[in-house]
Write a protein that binds this ligand. Structure first.
Ligand SMILES: N[C@@H](CCC(=O)N[C@@H](CS)C(=O)NCC(=O)O)C(=O)O
Length: 208
């Protein structure tokens, strides 16, 4: 049974295309016109009550939340390769930075951009400078979060960094830019960008 990705090229679903290309399993992309509100159709809200993309359907399994989709795909189809095996000590670091992206970087960057007022001791994403320092420490002296070994954590953590650098939501510290450049050289990412671009062209959508 083919994996189905409910997708729009200018959404986080574009990163899921990169995940699927890294994994190398067959998949079908179904375009959902976010600009026309098609993601709020009852059949999609039944899959994701948040009314958001991406949504991945693999047989009877429905996965939403980009980071969860990456972790699911790597465990299911690439355990011991793109996901460290469950008894591999590298799994701790792998999960740590995979979860850091949605739980710290995403809200932390939004808090900064929107000038939210909050107590850093009470907010899970903490202090902005501490967040940047933690991200730098994850990459210092390493090509990827697991060292020389690329993993799905780099698609999740690194994909968030690439996206935020692109939209100037993150300070372009040299370690982040160099990492983004390394990721940009990956053939799977280049295939994903070509596929996302072709879908955008086919449906006549532009970044709004
Ligand atoms: N936490 C979710 C965020 C999903 C999300 O915000 N998706 C956006 C596109 S990137 C969306 O569907 N926005 C349309 C809407 O909320 O109406 C994830 O990581 O997948």
């Amino acid at each position: 049974m083919t994996i189905v990705l409910h997708h729009h090229p200018f959404s986080r679903a574009s990163t899921v295309v990169w995940m699927l290309e890294e994994i190398g399993v067959p998949y079908e992309v179904r375009f959902v016109d976010i600009m026309k509100g098609a993601h709020k159709a009852p059949e999609l809200v039944a899959l994701n009550p948040m009314g958001k993309l991406p949504i991945l359907v693999d047989g009877d399994v429905v996965v939403t939340e980009s980071a969860a989709i990456g972790l699911y795909l790597a465990d299911r189809y690439s355990l011991g390769k793109l996901a460290p095996a469950t008894d591999d000590p590298a799994r701790g670091t792998y999960l740590r930075w995979s979860c850091f992206a949605p739980s710290v970087i995403e809200p932390g960057a939004m808090a900064k951009a929107a000038s939210w007022t909050f107590k850093s001791s009470q907010a899970g994403w903490g202090d902005h400078e501490a967040m940047l320092h933690a991200m730098e420490s994850a990459l210092a002296g390493r090509d990827f979060v697991l060292g020389e070994r690329f993993s799905m954590a780099d698609v999740i953590f690194g994909g968030t960094i690439r996206f935020m650098l692109r939209f100037k939501m993150l300070e372009a510290r040299p370690v982040f830019s160099a990492y983004a450049e390394r990721l940009g050289a990956r053939p799977a990412l280049q295939r994903a960008e070509a596929r996302n671009g072709a879908i955008a062209k086919e449906h006549g959508v532009q970044m709004g």
